[in-house]
Design a protein around this ligand. Structure first.
Ligand code: PLP
Length: 365
């Protein structure tokens, strides 16, 4: 019945293997595989230029980037955060001995509801950790205002926001620190990897020290750091992938437009791009009227070897290992009804139509 190869939620963008070999050749020439080698430095400079940023530090993955951000900003106690994100957002807080305080999301944007943050601030609150969900900006102005008023740090989990601009500047330049993930499933990747970004160079210097054990020079041990360095082999992948990102975004936009067009007259809610945003088309989330409708579509697609993902499910306030229970009805509702549809640089129009046919069958249209 199914003539297609399996269609997954995303497909890792691999560079031409010869191109990759050429880049790797440079590692063999120097014989240096880690510790801020020339490829990591080179990638760092290219990313600064691509993203329009002054300070960026490359690290081993996005989760460690979050932990380094928390450490560098000396965040402790209670942290206001979102229940609608990947589990790493909450886990990073727990690993750094912070208490996540979940504030519900806006149904339309999937992002933390900035207007509900203030009522959750206590004497123990030190920071806000919010995710730009699927690369769509949080209400950064309102969050900034609240943070200033209450003396809180702001960290953005921008794992989905590579290349996104808001008001003509990088979305990563908002807040005290933003983090990126370069995991193989992300728009731009290094296999495994990540970055910490800040407009304050001192913070990035501290992150840089913390990611290499707090070890400076030959015999200085300045603080209790960890190991979160990116290797040259990962940087080589990044250097080969970066030139492909622009065309990937253009391709994804075409796919997104095709989905949009087909869903116009179907009982499916899509996520529009907000005013002032230059989007990266990293994800294509859709929400259905109920969990049972979503499940019916989900199983229908799986029968056709189409594998969307329940991003994000469960709502993070429901994680079984949390100390207390708090209710976030909007996040719980959205997470029970949402699916991220396949989206990648390589999806063909025919495949998109095949996916849409599957959805129609699931919806009994
Ligand atoms: C992928 C992702 C992370 C984790 O990044 P890793 O590089 O896999 O550690 C964190 N937050 C969000 C929102 C993500 O999607």
């Amino acid at each position: 019945m199914n003539k297609h190869k399996p269609i997954n939620v995303t497909k890792t963008m691999l560079p031409d293997i010869n191109e990759y070999f050429d880049t790797l050749q440079r590692v063999w020439e120097t014989g240096q595989l880690s510790n801020n080698g020339t490829l990591v430095q080179n990638l760092q400079n290219k990313l600064k230029e691509y993203l329009g940023l002054d300070n960026i530090d490359l690290v081993a993955n996005g989760t460690l980037a979050l932990q380094l951000a928390i450490k560098a900003l000396k965040v402790e106690g209670e942290v206001i955060t979102t229940p609608f994100s990947y589990v790493a957002t909450t886990n990073a807080l727990l690993w750094e001995n912070c208490k996540p305080i979940f504030v519900d999301i806006e149904e339309e944007t999937f992002n933390i509801d900035a207007n509900k943050i203030e009522q959750s601030i206590t004497e123990d609150t030190t920071a806000i950790l919010a995710t730009h969900v699927f690369g769509h900006p949080c209400n950064v102005e309102r969050i900034d205002e609240i943070a200033k008023k209450h003396g809180l740090k702001v960290i953005y989990d921008a794992a989905h926001a590579f290349g996104v601009k808001y008001n003509d500047r990088s979305l990563l330049s908002y807040g005290d620190i933003s983090i990126l993930s370069f995991h193989a499933t992300k728009l731009f990747h290094t296999g495994e990897g990540g970055a910490v970004v800040s407009t304050e160079s001192k913070l990035i210097d501290l992150v840089n020290l913390l990611k290499r054990f707090g070890h400076n020079g030959e015999d200085e041990y300045l603080c209790c750091g960890t190991n979160a360095k990116m290797s040259e082999l990962h940087a080589a992948m990044g250097l080969s992938v970066l030139p492909l990102v622009k065309s990937s975004i253009a391709q994804r936009k075409k796919i997104s437009d095709r989905y949009d067009e087909k869903f116009k007259h179907m009982p499916i809610a899509t996520r529009a791009v907000d005013v002032g945003v230059e989007y990266n088309y990293s994800y294509y989330p859709v929400t259905f009227e109920s969990e049972s409708t979503m499940m019916s579509v989900y199983s229908c697609l799986k029968e056709r070897a189409v594998y969307p993902r329940r991003y994000f499910y469960p709502s993070l306030n429901l994680l079984p290992y949390l100390e207390d229970f708090s209710a976030c009805p909007k996040s719980e509702s959205i997470s029970s009804r949402v699916l991220c549809l396949p989206m990648s640089h390589q999806l063909s129009e025919e495949e998109v139509d095949y996916i849409i046919d599957g959805i129609k069958i699931g919806l009994k249209l």
